[in-house]
Design a protein around this ligand. Structure first.
Ligand SMILES: *Cc1c(COP(=O)(O)O)cnc(C)c1O
Length: 393
């Protein structure tokens, strides 16, 4: 087995050593409950508030606007259900998109069963929503717009500032699932007119099982979990002090080195895309070429099964992700790739590679060399490919 080459940073990242180091004392020596009054409890409380300051600072928010949760999915649930339940008197209409993460899509589908109406906006072939369509979808019953900041599969970045302006003009709350964007994009919630924003620590070199939701001061939202008074009565449950400390450290580190990190990922991504385009025929880049996450490349390799590609790459120690949801036990093609207009066949042939801090140019060369070999081998086994070649002679 070759050394591991990890190109799946959109799925998760390794927790940084420095982050783990900061977390460790909160499992053992400083194990106190942050709600307890004695000194080790107060110490935990102080660590939680210090981390809250860091998370708030990273997105230009106030500390009182940050609520810690157990993950990005929980943040999405709390944002959408929280706003829906609290504002039912005002209206029951929510606007979102067809390319959201399941944490948003399934939350909205669940609300539909409870009597809410949801509009799922289309996206164009590059994964962008239409601002005109968004504005036309707003009615006097609309209480929430939820549009993801950056797509986890194709990397497309939505026009967040413009969406925020439309929401503000119509006095509708604007939530964004920014789980892929935090750490990869500079974010200022005030400049962008964002009312609620979800993030998850394990996508930016923090621990798994740790999320946060930003909620602008004054936004009317309900808790969705009953219990104690933690998180200013909005999220019951003893604070995950070590996790919170880790999230604070991770977000601080990623924005401290932002320019360098951003340039590194952009260079690796562009190098990868240009190498694949030069060396492998019959491929297609999915998502917007420029308006995309710095570390994301999603490419369809015609006449190749994404799953077969993944298995062959795995044998070379390469970790990537495919365009279908096979890994989750379903055979459906990705709803995102279908929404941008790909056929099922092309959707199945796509490979998502997402780069991160430990990747090098040499890693990309290794990846591209592997792809050249594996794609050719798999294509030579494909009857459709043979027929295509014969017809195009
Ligand atoms: C990973 C991800 C989530 C879910 O975050 P978890 O912390 O794994 O629950 C939600 N939205 C997007 C866009 C993601 O990429």
């Amino acid at each position: 087995m070759e050394r591991l080459r990890y190109f799946d940073h959109a799925a998760t990242t390794a927790t940084k050593e420095e982050v783990v180091k900061e977390m460790l004392p909160y499992f053992t020596l400083n194990f106190g409950n942050a709600s307890s009054v004695y000194s080790i409890g107060r110490k935990s409380k102080k660590a939680v508030e210090n981390a809250r300051d860091k998370v708030a600072h990273a997105i230009g928010a106030g500390s009182k606007e940050i609520y810690f949760t157990s993950c990005g999915s929980e943040s999405d649930n709390l944002a959408i259900k929280g706003v829906a339940y609290a504002n039912i008197e005002k209206g029951n209409h929510i606007i979102t998109t067809k390319i959201e993460h399941p944490a948003v899509l399934h939350t909205c589908q669940n609300l539909e069963k409870q009597g809410f109406n949801v509009t799922y906006l289309n996206v164009d072939s590059e994964g962008l929503i239409s601002l005109r369509e968004l504005e036309e979808a707003i009615t006097d019953k609309t209480i929430l717009i939820s549009v993801m900041f950056a797509n986890n599969e194709i990397g497309t970045l939505q026009p967040i500032k413009e969406i925020g302006e439309i929401a503000k003009r119509h006095k509708v709350y604007f939530h964004t699932d920014a789980v892929q964007a935090v750490g990869n994009v500079r974010i200022d919630v005030n400049n962008l007119n964002i009312d609620l924003l979800s993030m998850s620590a394990h996508k930016f070199y923090g621990p798994k099982g740790m999320g946060a939701l930003y909620v602008r001061q004054g936004v009317n939202f309900d808790k969705i979990q009953d219990g104690g008074h933690q998180e200013r009565n909005k999220r019951a449950g003893t604070e995950n002090v070590a996790g919170i400390v880790g999230m604070g450290k991770a977000i601080e580190l990623v924005y401290e080195n932002f320019d360098e990190y951003n340039k590194k990922l952009t260079d690796l991504r562009d190098y990868y895309i240009s190498q694949v385009e030069q060396r492998i025929p019959y491929i297609k880049l999915n998502g917007h070429r420029a308006k995309r996450l710095p570390g994301n490349a999603n490419i369809s390799f015609r006449f190749v099964e994404g799953e077969a590609l993944l298995l062959n790459l795995d044998m070379k120690g390469i970790c990537a992700s495919s365009g279908s949801a096979c890994t989750s036990g379903s055979l459906d093609p990705s709803h995102v790739l279908i929404a941008i207009g790909l056929s099922k066949e092309i959707a199945y042939s796509s490979l998502r590679t997402t780069f991160g801090t430990d990747n090098t140019k040499e890693d990309i060369d290794f990846l591209v060399n592997a792809l050249v070999e594996v794609v050719e081998r798999l294509r030579n086994m494909s009857p459709e490919y043979k027929e295509f070649i014969n017809n195009n002679k």
